[in-house]
Structure formats: C-alpha cells, structure tokens
Design a protein around this ligand. Structure first.
Ligand SMILES: N[C@H](CCC[C@H](N)C(=O)O)C(=O)O
Length: 286
C-alpha cells in the first residue's frame, strides 16, 4: 500500500489516495499502520476518495480502528494532498464526510498549500444530538438546551463540563491549573468511556489565557492524547463563547501548534484556519 504521512499541528495520520489504491480490512489496517512501534506510527488512517457529491471524500479512522465522523486537522491535510499532488487545481474545494460536505479555502505559497480555512458548519448543542445522556447529570434526557458548565465528578474531582458536537462528540472543561501539568493519561480515558457519552467522547482540557487566547490539551476518542484536535478546537471556541470566557474569535494554543477559530454570528458556522504539512511518502506490505 502506497501512503503519505501528513499532520496538522502534530495530529498525524497516514493518508492513502484511494482514487488509486484499494484498502482491505480498513479498520484492521488503521490499527496496524497507527502502531508507533510495529507500524508506520500515526493517530489514525485517512482515505482520500473520489466523490459524486463533492470534489473529494474523506473517510477517517482512529488509531483503535474506530471510524471517525469528522477530522478537522485531517481535512486540511486532505486539501493539501489533492492540490499538491495534482488531483485538483482549485483553491476552493468541497470534501464530503460522514458529517456532511465541508468547504475549504486553500492558501498556496510557492505552488504548495501552506494553510487551509475550513467552514466546519454549525455546532450541535442539543444533548441527545451530541450525543450526551443528560439524565446521568440529573437533567431531562429530552432536554433541548445546551449542556453548559454542568458539574461532573471524575475520580473524586468535580469538573464543569460543556458538551458540543462538530459532527463528532466533545466534552470541554476549563481548569485553573496549567493544562501542561494536568494528568491527562489518568483522567482522559475515564471521560472517554463515561456512561454520559453513549458513543464515547473527545475531551478537551482548557486554560483561558485571556479573552482572545486559550491553551488546550485533548484526549481523543479512539486515539488517546493527540498534539492537536481540529474539531476539538472548534468545539472549544463555541464552549468558551457560551461560557463567556472569550469572544467569537480565538487563537487556540495546542501542544503541536496554533489554530485560529471563528464562531461566526451571522451564519452560526465555525471557521477554522491552520497549517497542513506533508512529512514523507512510502510503501508498506499489509
Ligand atoms: N477522534 C475523533 C476523530 C479525529 C478528530 C481530530 N483528530 C480532529 O482533528 O478533528 C473522533 O473519534 O471523533
């Protein structure tokens, strides 16, 4: 199998051009290639496919083989791949995902994509649509209001959580201590598998630096800690605005880099701008 290794702010995936390759047993292949000792090493596997409803299709799998419905860092790299490798010469493209069709604007420097702005669409706040089982928090399961700053006890500590879907489920909590010192590997898995989240959850731990800047670490569903999470950064920007901690435009500092996110008032869409990097290409016998 021919592949290309790419990352968005250090959130790295193995990309396969499925307009040319066919992948057997995709979930097992995702597990195999993601292994950082016995495989290529990545946060997961992303297939780039032709589409009859958009310019291209992105099909994304986490490192544990579970299928993701959307990937913000991944879709920026898909855009870079298709332009840099000559599959398109358009600088505005559409990519179909399991969470709908996304529109991307490419910044080209010296003939290659350096930055991508993604229209991530509208956040979903109705608990049952995230999905979140609100009754676990003592709220009505058919609640339609967003879950914002509700207390949840994890390993003896109470966290105020806000729940947002960007096509995939996110639980956001703002904490006082520096997230870079936070025991993420102990606490992340407890959130991920909590009964509150029937489809598991991606969890973001946030410091508010000021009204325009946030610092973030993330424990991803199906991949563990990653250096960045694009859908997570978008969910965080919405959560931070809903909690009154920031305005609608924020710079988010992640372990692997920065993402600019705007939660647009007029369209209620979230726009994310960030880099996309190609590291190397290779071939692996499956
Ligand atoms: N782990 C996520 C998919 C990858 C999201 C993340 N890497 C991003 O950049 O959005 C999920 O299962 O919902």
């Amino acid at each position: 199998m021919k592949f290309t290794k790419m990352h968005g702010c250090g959130n790295d995936y193995v990309y396969v051009d499925c307009t040319k390759e066919v992948i057997p047993n995709i979930s097992e292949t995702a597990i195999r290639v993601s292994d950082r000792h016995f495989g290529i090493g990545s946060d997961g596997l992303i297939l780039i496919k032709a589409s009859d409803v958009a310019d291209f299709e992105m099909d994304m799998y986490n490192a544990d083989g579970s299928r993701g419905k959307m990937c913000g860092n991944g879709i920026r790299c898909v855009a870079k791949y298709v332009y840099d490798h000559g599959l398109t010469d358009k600088t505005t493209i559409t990519v179909n995902t399991l969470s709908g069709i996304k529109t991307l604007k490419l910044t080209v420097e010296d003939g290659k994509v350096s930055k991508v702005r993604v229209d991530m669409g509208e956040p979903e706040l109705i608990p049952a649509q995230v999905p979140v089982k609100a009754s676990v928090l003592g709220l009505a399961d058919d609640r339609r209001e967003a879950i914002v700053a509700e207390p949840l006890e994890i390993k003896g500590r109470s966290y105020d959580i806000t729940c947002v879907s960007m096509g995939n489920p996110h639980c956001i909590t703002f904490i006082g201590e520096d997230v870079r010192d936070f025991p993420l590997e102990e606490v992340g898995p407890v959130f991920e598998k909590h009964e509150l989240f029937p489809e598991r959850v991606n969890t973001e731990f946030i410091n508010v630096i000021d009204k325009d800047h946030l610092r973030m670490r993330v424990w991803e569903r199906g991949s563990g800690e990653t250096l960045a999470c694009g859908t997570g950064a978008c969910a965080v920007a919405v959560a931070s605005y809903l909690n009154g901690f920031t305005g609608r435009s924020v710079d988010i500092e992640l372990l692997g880099g920065h993402l600019e996110v705007v939660y647009d008032e007029k369209t209620n869409h979230v726009f994310m701008t960030g880099p996309a990097t190609e590291v190397f290409s290779g071939e692996i016998d499956l």
